[in-house]
Design a protein around this ligand. Structure first.
Ligand SMILES: Nc1nc2c(ncn2[C@@H]2O[C@H](COP(=O)(O)OP(=O)(O)OP(=O)(O)O)[C@@H](O)[C@H]2O)c(=O)[nH]1
Ligand SMILES: [Mg+2]
Length: 461
């Protein structure tokens, strides 16, 4: 640490290098140690794998990964398949590209020479020879590089990667070591069997606030078609039943697969159900599906359970079963926007406007809102292979931030999940993540009920 490379850049490099978490330790920086081969080799020789990062005066950042040690004592070429060049930023903008060494030329991947700085390929990325003196704010590196000789630059030129500009403001070499314990972006406890049982127990023991005549919390799930609303209910029911269940129909279709307002209960093998209902709704679509009136009726408890949504004729007080005098049991105690994390960047303006409209209604009623960010397994391959990596993944963190900005909700209201979908067996970590989300939703519902009770007491006194 201590260099210019950000955590996000390190995560990107870590992803490219593969084989799990890494620590990056700054060995050498030309602004600190001087720009000459002697200083470079003194600091970096025999240190194991390193990344060299160059920052030029055009605000482009690029460099190379050497999976072997630099070694000025054994001058010559070192062959390795895993070496690569990369670019991180171009003209100050994020631009992530990895350029692998060419198969036929892998023998030339790394160049060791006591008279040269870091050298990749015979001539692909060369840095300096002799002492380079700082001129103003930059160091004019003094060896020419010829791209695309030993590394596959995917058709990009030196201009595309570093503006053909060798005036660098900094050049750093980081030692790369394995088995880093990364600091999570959200602290969510120690994940193990004990934690899983504790979370389950907490959910099982959830009871609505007394004196309100409420026997279960009503959680409303709304969100675009195919976001994973029904799958979230199936995931929760599976956890408590101890096997994969599929009471709610899920899958992909042009229009919403769910057509009814179903307040799903979660059953436990010992009999009975838990004290909340996950209410499934029809998916939001641009032109039809749930509208603002229907949403307000849902929030206020006017819509009868098992009501069949009709896109061409939304519910009105004249609709059969419409509850004109709903009780506190019928009203919604927490609203959950279910959003597919992979679609955050492409959510249609109309669907987004609809959700904003619903949020206005919820805000008027003080109903707590959360976002369930689904399909995070599709966002990040590290999360896909190990769900417990979720709170260490910067990709997930970035999407949590984005959802928080889009819906104007605090980040702790954004809950990433991976629903059961292809699995035939339960997985402890997938279940823990879903339970963490459910527990938070129940906390918010409970908070809302406390407010309801206070209001009720005030009115009575
Ligand atoms: N990879 C992955 N797939 C998911 C996840 N959640 C849901 N899916 C899949 O996404 C598709 C849609 O899921 P549903 O649960 O039917 O979505 P929905 O929001 O209920 O959709 P509608 O009822 O049609 O509005 C299904 O094929 C699910 O298997 C997830 O976390 N990860
Ligand atoms: Mg559904």
């Amino acid at each position: 640490m201590g260099g210019k490379l950000t955590n996000k850049d390190m995560d990107q490099l870590e992803n490219w290098i593969g084989t799990g978490p890494k620590t990056f330790t700054l060995l050498y920086a030309i602004t600190r140690d001087g720009c000459n081969p002697k200083a470079f080799h003194e600091k970096c020789d025999l240190q194991g794998p390193t990344v060299t990062v160059l920052y030029n005066s055009s605000e482009s950042v690029y460099g190379g990964y050497n999976p072997t040690s630099w070694n000025s004592k054994t001058a010559g070429r070192v062959g390795c398949h895993d070496a690569f060049l990369f670019q991180l930023y171009f003209n100050g903008n994020l631009k992530s590209n990895k350029f692998t060494s060419k198969k036929a030329r892998y023998g030339y991947a790394i160049g060791n020479n006591s008279n040269y700085g870091p050298t990749f390929g015979e001539t692909d990325l060369r840095t300096f020879t002799g002492t380079v003196t700082k001129s103003g704010s930059y160091f004019p590196l003094n060896v020419t590089s010829t791209f695309n000789e030993d590394y596959d630059m995917q058709g990009l030129s030196a201009e595309d990667v570093y503006n053909d500009n060798w005036k660098v403001t900094e050049l750093e070499v980081y030692k790369v070591t394995y088995e880093k314990i990364k600091t999570p972006w959200r602290d969510a406890g120690q994940w193990n069997g004990k934690f899983f049982e504790e979370l389950k127990e907490e959910v099982v023991s959830f009871k609505p606030v007394s004196d309100l005549d409420i026997s279960f919390a009503r959680i409303l799930m709304i969100g675009p078609v195919g976001a994973g609303k029904s799958s979230f209910y199936n995931t929760i029911e599976s956890i408590f039943r101890g096997r994969i269940t599929q009471r709610a129909r899920s899958g992909s279709a042009e229009q919403s697969l769910t057509t009814c307002y179903v307040p799903y209960s979660v059953n436990v093998p010992s009999g009975g159900s838990l004290n909340f209902r996950l209410c499934d709704t029809r998916g939001l679509e641009e032109s039809h599906g749930l509208d603002v009136h229907e949403c307000s009726y849902l929030l206020d408890g006017n819509v009868p359970d098992y009501y069949q949504f009709n896109p061409t004729s939304p519910i009105t007080p004249k609709t059969q079963g419409f509850k004109t005098q709903p009780s506190t049991q019928d009203t919604v105690h927490c609203a959950v926007f279910v959003i597919d994390a992979t679609t955050l960047d492409v959510l249609s303006t109309k669907v987004m406007e609809k959700m904003k409209g619903f949020q206005n209604l919820m805000n008027q009623r003080d109903i707590p809102q959360v976002v369930l960010l689904t399909k995070i397994d599709k966002l990040c391959k590290d999360v896909q292979s190990d769900i417990s990596f979720v709170h260490k993944s910067w990709i997930v963190e970035e999407h949590v931030d984005k959802a928080s900005q889009l819906l104007g909700l605090p980040r702790c209201n954004i809950l990433p999940v991976k629903n059961y979908e292809k699995e035939l067996r339960l997985d402890e970590n997938t279940s823990i993540l879903a339970l963490l989300a459910l527990r938070q939703i129940l906390y918010f519902a409970e908070d809302y009920m406390y407010s309801l009770r206070e209001r009720k007491n005030l009115l009575q006194n």
